[in-house]
Design a protein around this ligand. Structure first.
Ligand code: PHE
Length: 507
């Protein structure tokens, strides 16, 4: 497992589940205060977006993809992130994210599946959370984790935000949504505040199947799917009363089992398609197979793991055995019947899944750093030309030179009192501190020149109780060698912005 949000399903599990559960709703960042009259435009014209104002003000309005939104005290989107809302990498011809999307689409053909690739990233808090049954105190709603335009409007954190409207529209038996999604997060080679997801769903209508026999109709559809030779480990029963319950009020065990079987087989076909292509590409690059590659000629191994999402039950994650490790690739489950009922379609039943595209593209093309996806460097882009129309041309990415890294540390004191205790002094109190706020400042000032940011030391003053933190910022450009002077200048700007925006006291 690589990290908390590398892929669709890994974030926000039920409390008490996995190691990366986020248990507590944390305080938000302090990036916003009194509104000014300024308006930030998110139209992307150059690689260098203007940085956040250093005077801690919030623009009164922001424009995203041609629409204007009014901000409030919840606003916490940096202009760097706003600028990325217009990139739409999943729609850029021959971009590895777009190629990955095409491969997934090929496994879910029309007319059964309809593709939606143009949904706007700005959605309501209701669509992103409430419509899916996220409780009011769910940690995913925190301002430290989610980009808000205002209290009721945000940058979607997942493509599931569009499930309710598509269940209501019922334009086809199934759908795929591809879109950019946004999450405040750490800085490293597999995390970026914007990434792309694909959401898939399939529904059947009780009133439209022969004799009303849903389970039989679903099983017939399952029998029509292509076969595969994937080695599947699925040790758990289709549902479990405590761990992974059947929605007994709405579904018979036969119906839920049929939906689960159709879901699992469909997704096994999808990962088989992706990983066969990855293996074929690697084999073309080095025609004499290494011992690992020889092993890889064996059938793909996958396993189903029980999971939890507020909007599916039972739920699973699919893991794939790849290069000696089990990799979590997607989250899925039987859709909660409340979603169909609230969409005015009580007779519908079905499944849904979500998958992170960068994670898959990194495997498929052997792309080592997530920042590369945003690069406009020809040395990156030209390697994928022509692949979208001819997938047989898919080859692993050949890295261009790796430029030297240079790390710098920054140590600071957090303000001593909690935010509630002393409003007269600006800055983040220890109780409100969230590392994502620091990550956001670093990204905003130094952009893609930062490879990763790590906490290297933490200290509590024994007498005053003040907390001190030391972060190590690793500067490395993907495109050029940074000079010492450039790195120092950038680091100085990062340090000033931390003082200015988060109110920390440099040691
Ligand atoms: N939206 C979920 C996530 O981003 C993934 C998911 C989609 C899970 C659909 C189940 C069904 O984590």
């Amino acid at each position: 497992m690589i990290g908390p949000r590398c892929l669709a399903g890994a974030l926000w599990r039920r409390a008490g589940g996995q190691s990366h559960v986020k248990l507590f709703l944390r305080g938000g960042s302090q990036l916003s205060s009194s509104p000014t009259q300024r308006c930030w435009r998110a139209a992307y014209s150059s690689d260098s977006a203007p940085s956040l104002p250093t005077d801690n003000t919030t623009p009164r309005t922001v424009e995203i993809n041609g629409k204007t939104y009014t901000t409030d005290a919840w606003f916490n989107v940096s202009s760097t992130v706003l600028a990325l809302t217009s990139r739409k990498l999943h729609l850029q011809k021959d971009h590895p994210v777009a190629i990955t999307r095409k491969i997934v689409e090929s496994v879910f053909p029309g007319p059964t599946y309809k593709y939606y690739n143009e949904f706007d990233p700005v959605v309501s808090t209701y669509e992103n959370f409430d419509s899916l049954g996220f409780p009011p105190d769910h940690p995913g709603r925190a301002r430290s984790d989610t980009y808000y335009i205002n209290k009721d409007t945000l940058l979607r954190t997942h493509t599931s935000a569009h499930e309710a409207e598509l269940f209501r529209a019922r334009e086809s038996g199934g759908y795929l949504i591809s879109a950019d999604v946004y999450r405040r997060d750490e800085v490293d080679r597999s995390h970026y505040p914007v990434f792309h997801q694909m959401e898939g769903a399939r529904v059947w209508d009780r009133n439209q199947v022969p004799n009303g026999d849903l389970a039989a109709a679903i099983r017939e559809d399952l029998a029509r799917l292509p076969k595969h030779n994937v080695r599947v480990e699925d040790p758990n029963p289709p549902f479990h009363p405590e761990r992974n319950p059947l929605q007994a009020e709405h579904h018979t065990p036969e119906e839920a089992a049929a939906v689960a079987a159709h879901l699992k087989h469909s997704l096994e076909l999808m990962v088989n398609e992706i990983f066969s292509r990855a293996k074929a590409a690697a084999a073309k690059q080095s025609p004499v197979p290494s011992p690992e590659q020889q092993q890889e000629t064996e059938p793909l191994r996958v396993r189903w793991v029980e999971a939890y999402f507020p909007f599916t039950s039972p739920s699973w994650e699919l893991e794939v055995f790849y290069q000696g490790d089990w990799l979590e690739v997607l989250g899925c489950g039987v859709s909660k019947q409340e979603l169909h009922i609230n969409a005015g379609r009580p007779s519908q039943i079905g499944w849904a899944f979500g998958i992170g595209l960068e994670r898959i593209a990194m495997l498929l093309f052997q792309i080592p750093d997530i920042r590369l996806f945003w690069s406009r460097d020809e040395r990156f882009l030209r390697q994928f030309r022509g692949v979208e129309d001819d997938l047989a041309r898919l080859r692993p990415f050949v890295p261009f030179s790796r430029h030297p890294a240079c790390y710098k540390d920054v140590s600071f004191w957090l303000r001593g009192t909690s935010a509630a205790g002393g409003n007269d002094r600006k800055g983040v109190g220890a109780a409100d501190w969230h590392a994502n706020d620091l990550m956001e400042v670093v990204r905003d000032v130094a952009g893609d020149c930062v490879e990763n940011v790590r906490l290297v030391d933490e200290f509590m003053h024994p007498k005053t109780g003040r907390r001190s933190l030391c972060y190590r910022i690793n500067y490395r450009s993907l495109e050029k060698t940074l000079t010492n002077a450039e790195t120092n200048e950038m680091h100085d700007r990062v340090v000033s912005a931390l003082v200015e925006r988060l109110g920390v006291e440099i040691r």
